[in-house]
Design a protein around this ligand. Structure first.
Ligand SMILES: [Mg+2]
Length: 161
């Protein structure tokens, strides 16, 4: 992937997938292995923003996309398999980080290898609790690091079919 001119860094939850309506329904009383299974099934069944997936698909096939998501690393395989299914290629670049803030160092280091970096991310959380909040500092860093940031209204336009 190095030495390419362009890279798209794309978030998953609430960006590629319509995640928030599926949150908050797994009872926390479950055992760890049970929760792993219910969470994996939830991730495999997430509704995809089909129009957005089609737009992104061409870039995925040109190997210009890195999917960067704040999900626990135990879900890497399930996330990868879901992306393989959605884009019909095993050539998927995927990095999972523990917290949204951890996306910043990844963006920084990639920005040294690519002349053009587009970040597509909703930068939001908390929809399922009724109040949408934003990862302000992550968003601000993305604006500083990337050549182009697609979020907010522009992102919803791409998602709507
Ligand atoms: Mg997101």
């Amino acid at each position: 992937m190095l030495f390419r001119q362009k890279i798209y860094i794309i978030d998953l939850d609430n960006t590629l997938y319509d995640t928030w309506p599926t949150l908050g329904c797994s009872p926390s009383a479950q055992s760890i292995s049970r929760r792993f299974i219910t969470e994996s099934i939830r991730m495999l069944r997430l509704p995809v923003f089909a129009r957005f997936r089609n737009i992104v698909g061409r870039r995925v096939h040109r190997r210009q996309v890195l999917f960067l998501s704040a999900r626990h690393k135990v879900f890497w395989l399930v996330t990868y398999l879901r992306l393989v299914k959605d884009f019909r290629t095993p050539r998927i670049s995927l990095i999972l980080v523990p917290r949204a803030e951890d996306k910043v160092p990844v963006m920084k280091s990639l920005s040294r290898s690519f002349s053009q970096m587009t970040v597509i991310d909703d930068f939001s959380y908390g929809h399922e609790r009724g109040t949408v909040m934003f990862y302000e500092s992550v968003r601000a860093s993305a604006y500083r690091i990337a050549t182009c940031v697609i979020t907010g209204k522009r992102l919803s336009q791409l998602q709507r079919s």
